[in-house]
Design a protein around this ligand. Structure first.
Ligand code: HEC
Ligand code: HEC
Length: 296
């Protein structure tokens, strides 16, 4: 019971609580039942010529109401922890309450949760109730960045519905993205390439999504600096999270300006790790959600 105060402070809380209750009772009692002479010779006070200060007694039902709440407070303090280190007759603790709630929860849902964790994602796809839960887990944990429809946001958080996977689209790879997180590492190339170099490489990279302009001066620099990650034809590398540059799908926007900014200034997208926050069932549900053929 380390969370309950002990020693001096426990005593202090007991004294403070009981004295406050006592003073409150006395105050209420004295208002209703005092025979003070002062009241009897009460002179009528008049403000601003015509505002009279009344001397009506407070209604009696207030008294019963206050008495009732005082009695309830005392009963509460007897049953539950509240008075210093006194644990209360019921010996209730929030820790035990949590344990009890957990037991009720796992008795009710434990079976189906374990079953889901064991299922193949294809089986989960055909299990509508599980897919509803999956959407709920997604809304709660992922929608802030990826959007409620998982369509991505602001050219900063990737679209998860386009089947274009930067880090790989197998069940294992998607699960790893969610469990362990991902950090894209695209260095800034502005200083190395210079302004003209950035323009050239940008033009070349943009041509990769259509008819690759293999005669372009930017290809030379691309072949020196970029192939290691993005591949000779720009096909990308899911192990490094280097995106495919040939598919006309852009994480950070496909305008000339956006691509130029990416190349000159670099990008470091961070997908946080959820392995600590979500359990195996929730991870499995999310993978199932993201691998549905026709989302939505
Ligand atoms: C060390 C590996 C690496 C090298 C070298 C590299 N990139 Fe990248 N590139 C990445 C990664 C990883 C990302 C994704 C960044 C992220 O997720 O935030 C990326 C993203 C990009 C994007 C954004 C694509 C999109 O869909 O928005 C472009 C464009 C790009 N790189 C072009 C280049 C060019 C041009 C070069 C050479 C000058 C280059 N990269 C060199 C790893 C690399
Ligand atoms: C704080 C914002 C944020 C949250 C919250 C977030 N993500 Fe991400 N996620 C990102 C970013 C940014 C990337 C791109 C990382 C990169 O550039 O490499 C990403 C990438 C991913 C990828 C890899 C995509 C690919 O193309 O390979 C998957 C899968 C993913 N997120 C799923 C999820 C799921 C499921 C959740 C909820 C549990 C989630 N994300 C929550 C920001 C977030």
């Amino acid at each position: 019971m380390s969370e309950l105060p002990t020693g001096f402070w426990a005593g202090w809380i007991v004294v403070l609580t009981l004295v406050s209750l006592g003073v409150l009772s006395w105050l209420v009692y004295s208002i209703y039942f005092s025979n003070s002479e002062v009241d009897k010779i009460h002179e009528e006070v008049v403000w601003d010529n015509n505002l009279r200060e009344g001397a009506n007694p407070a209604p009696m039902w207030w008294f019963w109401l206050i008495l009732l709440s005082l009695v309830c407070s005392l009963i509460y303090l007897m049953l539950f922890p509240g008075l210093g280190s006194y644990k209360g007759i019921l010996n209730w603790t929030s820790g035990r309450q949590v344990v009890r709630d957990e037991q009720v929860y796992s008795a009710e849902f434990g079976g189906s949760r374990n079953a889901i964790a064991e299922m193949k994602v294809e089986e989960i796809h055909d299990y509508p109730k599980a897919m509803v839960s999956a959407q709920r887990v997604f809304d709660r944990n992922c929608a802030v960045c990826h959007g409620y429809e998982a369509q991505g946001q602001a050219a900063l958080f990737p679209d998860l519905t386009d089947k274009d996977w930067q880090w790989g689209g197998s069940v294992e790879q998607i699960e790893q993205s969610i469990r362990d997180g991902r950090t894209g590492n695209m260095a800034p190339w502005g200083d190395i390439l210079g302004a003209q170099g950035v323009d050239d490489v940008t033009a070349y990279v943009m041509s990769l999504s259509g008819n690759a302009d293999t005669g372009h001066p930017g290809k030379l620099q691309y072949d020196q600096l970029c192939v290691a990650c993005h591949g000779t034809t720009g096909e990308g590398n899911p192990i490094l999270g280097a995106p495919d540059l040939t598919d006309n799908t852009w994480l950070y926007g496909g305008s000339l300006k956006a691509v130029k900014t990416t190349i000159a200034d670099g990008r470091n997208g961070v997908m946080p790790a959820f392995g600590e926050r979500l359990d195996a069932t929730q991870l499995k549900l999310l993978v199932a959600l993201l691998t549905v053929e026709n989302p939505g």
